[in-house]
Design a protein around this ligand. Structure first.
Ligand SMILES: NC(=O)c1ccc[n+]([C@@H]2O[C@H](COP(=O)([O-])OP(=O)(O)OC[C@H]3O[C@@H](n4cnc5c(N)ncnc54)[C@H](O)[C@@H]3O)[C@@H](O)[C@H]2O)c1
Length: 372
């Protein structure tokens, strides 16, 4: 029997309580602290979950030698300084997506975790969903053929963030899924975004990615859509997939559809012609287990600490997502110009974000309601 892993959760707003629920119910883990600057939020989590202590003082959490790991679920501009403080205090670290706002900061945090032999998990929750795991498995098996394209829509009537735009809020999901399925990064990115609300960041963005060869991806993100859509289409050269995260029963559908090209000699013109024949075979939906992705992420985090190995959604995964986001942000600021992903490696690309403010109340600056 291991001693329980004691985890502190910093940030008890929208997402933090989901972490507290999963950390407090996972075997072998306990929530040592819930920490937030907002006393009301601390009261709420203390009432709902098994939490040993609540505090507004991060220093109290970091000074406690019985705390093994800290999870950060605060807004993006605060990630960098909180994450660094956690690692310097010798605690394992869970950071919500996206890891940080610049490539340089992501590289520094990944290096710090490595130097101190601490685990760093970036919560790209979708990597742990049974649907994404199945899609990766299908493409890895070769039965889908080569990936030709990703096409995804992730829109809803969402929260307008004060500190980051729709790209940094929603794109980490699709980028991490694409990276996980493909095992590689795009060569270049073009992003086009619009602000429809004065004083607020971009609420709509179209992002295109080009990879080596003919592989392309296109993602559409919006906080200003009348309905919620979470739909990804992945074209394989042999079969195609539709992943609809809002479907209850058949989230993933595999289509045995596509085109076959045959080259034939044309009698009339004495030239080679391409004949396209359409293939329209079965549609099937693989069985997916119903385990909550976040509980699998929590188990992986705990196992990575106990076993001294990298978690699936590692610092490297988080860094790679930030690389593509930074290139996309750069493109967005240049009205969609294609921007290379690799040249941003190690750059000091400036955050488009305001300086972190310890008293920031993101909940005070949300003009629109949450989509149901
Ligand atoms: N993995 C996912 O699917 C997922 C989903 C939603 C949000 N997130 C991520 O979770 C993070 C938080 O998002 P949210 O929507 O919960 O934000 P939120 O604004 O609802 O909550 C943030 C909380 O952090 C607190 N806070 C801010 N600075 C603090 C500090 N210095 N010390 C202690 N508490 C502090 C605020 O008081 C607030 O209660 C973001 O990085 C977001 O991208 C991830």
């Amino acid at each position: 029997m291991h001693e329980p892993l004691r985890v502190a959760v910093i940030g008890c707003g929208y997402w933090g309580p989901n972490l507290i629920r999963n950390f407090s119910t996972a075997p072998g883990l306990e929530v040592a602290y819930a920490c937030d600057l907002d006393a009301k939020r601390l009261e709420d989590v203390a009432r709902k979950f098994r939490v040993a202590r609540v505090t507004s003082q991060l220093t109290e959490v970091l000074a406690d030698p019985t705390v093994h790991a800290v999870a950060i679920a605060t807004p993006l501009p605060t990630h960098r300084h909180l994450a660094e403080a956690v690692l310097r205090a010798g605690k394992h670290l869970w950071v919500e997506k996206p890891l940080v706002a610049t490539v340089k900061e992501a590289e520094e945090l990944a290096a710090l975790a490595r130097e101190r032999n601490l685990r760093l998990l970036v919560d790209h929750t979708f990597l742990y969903t049974p649907a994404v795991r199945k899609i990766r498995e299908l493409f890895a098996s070769g039965e889908m053929g080569e990936v030709m394209y990703f096409d995804s829509v992730r829109v809803n009537l969402g929260l307008f963030h004060a500190s980051d735009n729709v790209l940094w809020d929603l794109a980490p999901h699709d980028l991490s899924i694409a990276q996980h399925v493909l095992g590689k990064l795009p060569r270049e990115v073009s992003a086009f975004g619009v602000r429809h609300v004065e004083g607020a960041p971009e609420n709509l963005a179209h992002v295109s990615l080009r990879y080596e060869g003919n592989l392309v991806a296109h993602f559409h993100f919006s906080w200003l859509a009348p309905v919620k859509v979470r739909r990804m289409m992945i074209g394989g050269s042999r079969r195609m997939v539709i992943y609809d995260d809002l479907e209850q029963m058949e989230k993933v559908k595999v289509f045995d559809r596509g085109v076959d090209i045959r080259r034939v000699q044309s009698d009339v013109e004495q030239r080679h012609k391409a004949l396209v024949s359409y293939r329209s075979g079965d549609i099937w939906s693989p069985h997916l287990d119903g385990t909550e992705a976040l509980s699998l992420a929590v188990q992986d985090f705990a196992a990575s600490i106990r076993e001294g190995r990298e978690p699936l959604s590692s610092a490297q995964v988080g860094l790679d997502v930030v690389r593509v986001l930074a290139a996309a942000q750069s493109s967005l600021e240049q009205d969609g110009r294609w921007c290379p992903v690799s040249s941003l490696r190690g750059s000091t690309d400036r955050a488009h974000l305001p300086a972190p403010s310890p008293r920031m109340r993101p909940s005070d600056v949300r003009p629109l309601p949450v989509a149901p």
